[in-house]
Structures are given as C-alpha cells and as structure tokens.
Design a binder for this molecule. Structure first.
Ligand SMILES: [Zn+2]
Length: 278
C-alpha cells in the first residue's frame, strides 16, 4: 500500500492519493486550459481533473463560500498590520474557523472523502480572493491552503487501506527524515514524427508516457521528453518521514514495539521538521 501524506506543522497529515473525481462534469481535451471569468485560475487547480466550470458545478457553492472566507482572512491580517501580499503561495488556516465561517453542512465529510477536490477548491478560492483584492499583479500559480487543528486524529492502529485517498490526521513522534529530493509531477513530451508537444501528469512519481500524438492526423507513437529549459516539465521538492505512535502510559513497559508509518511530504512541507518533533 502506498500512501502519500502531507504533514503539516502541527502534526496533522492529509493523505491524498490519486483520487478519481466524483464529478459528472464534461471532459475537455487535455492540455487546453479553459478558464472562466468567475475563477480566472480555475485550470491551475483542476488541470488533471479535466473539468469545466459552470455555475451549477457541484464545487461552486464551496468555492464561493471559501472565497468569502478568504476575504475576511485578508481583511483580518490587514487590520492586524500583517497584510497578506499578493505573492503569498501558502496559507495556514484553522479548521475550526473554516467550519464555523463557511456554513457548509457537509464540509467535514467532504474533506474526509474527497480531499483533493476540497483542497483544490480552497486553493482556487484563495487565489480568487487575492485577485479580487489586488487585481492583475496576482500571479497564475498554484497556492496551497494548509489546514491546522484538524481534530479527528486517526490512531496508527486504524490506518488501513479503507482510508486510501482520505484526509486524515495522525499524531506521533518523528523518528526519521529522508534527504530532500525532486519529484517530477509533469513531463512535456514531443513527438518524434511531427514534434508536437504534450504534457503528461506524473502521478506519485511513476513514469508515464503519452499514448497518442496530439498533432493533426499524426500517427506517431514515439515520444521523447523535452530537454529544453523552456518545457512544461515540472518538479517539486519531496521528502519521506517516519512517524512513530506514542504508546499509552499503561503500555509503556509492556515491551510492545510502537507502530510507525511512513509519510511523504511535498513542496512547502518539506524540511519543516527534525527527528524528535511531535
Ligand atoms: Zn506526431
């Protein structure tokens, strides 16, 4: 079983493994971003999902509620004289805050069952709130919203395959951290027959090649990764850590070996912790 966990500073971890969306939205051709006036950065977040936005999209109510929530956050920081800059890429928010202010009945259930959609919606909403506040200076890039204080902690003994793809929080002591490596998330390939290029998403670092050529009428079947620095190939920082459960007081002397679990950290979560942290 492979788990890809994102660990946040307070010890909560979001497991997000390759979820296929639940949406019935129409497919769009790959590599052709379609943005919408309402959410100019839509395709930054819903790239692999190949989804088209519409006002009755099932995520629309959540994204609207989150956008309003981020307005209040931006205003709050401004009044506290710690203004948020339009270049901010990562923001940490309180789970309790989000729940009480967004008034979405199924938020906790949705976050648990479909974390990729909810986290993407939060990122898009944050980008959108920044755009409405600051205008065109807001760069088109992926922002991460990290959820702090998620109170439903899963004991390591309950970490089973039925939690694959779920958003979970674990608590434990960091016993090992790996070195930081780049992991490739998308590779730009060019066709050896017609030179047409296409981007293939690389899930969990597994190498995936194109199956057909996007070129007009081209039946080329051989593709090579583009080597130029200008290609759309993208890597992110990656690190693996091992977390060990804290044995209850009455079991400390029982000789039982504490359970451990490996988690994978990416991007801004890399290099935040050292062994011994809880
Ligand atoms: Zn071709």
């Amino acid at each position: 079983m492979k788990r890809s966990n994102h660990q946040s500073q307070d010890g909560s971890a979001a497991s997000s493994v390759n979820i296929s969306g639940v949406s019935s939205a129409k497919r769009r051709p790959p590599n052709r971003p379609i943005d919408v006036v309402r959410f100019p950065h839509w395709s930054v977040y819903f790239d692999g999902a190949s989804e088209i936005y519409s006002d009755d999209h099932e995520l629309a109510p959540a994204i609207n509620a989150f956008t309003t929530y981020f307005f209040t956050i931006i205003d709050k920081y401004a009044t506290e004289k710690k203004p948020i800059k339009p270049s901010l890429r990562v923001i940490a928010i309180s789970y309790a805050d989000l729940q009480s202010q967004c008034q979405l009945q199924d938020l906790s259930e949705r976050l648990k069952l479909d974390p990729e959609s909810v986290l993407a919606s939060l990122g898009l909403a944050f980008s959108n709130a920044l755009i409405e506040k600051f205008g065109d200076v807001v760069k088109r890039l992926k922002r991460h919203v990290r959820i702090l204080g998620h109170d439903q902690i899963t004991p390591l003994k309950d970490l089973k395959s039925n939690l694959m793809g779920r958003f979970i929080t674990i608590r434990g002591t960091i016993v090992r951290v790996s070195s930081i490596k780049p992991i490739v998330t998308r590779i730009s390939f060019s066709c050896t027959s017609c030179s047409a290029t296409q981007v293939i998403l690389q899930i969990d670092g597994k190498y995936k090649t194109p199956t057909s050529c996007p070129g007009d009428g081209c039946r080329g079947r051989t593709f090579v990764p583009e080597r130029s620095g200008l290609s759309d190939t993208k890597t992110v920082d990656w690190q693996r850590i091992r977390v060990q459960e804290k044995l209850p007081e009455d079991q400390k002397d029982s000789g039982r070996i504490p359970r451990t679990v490996e988690c994978e950290l990416t991007e801004d979560l890399v290099d935040l912790i050292v062994p011994g942290d809880v």
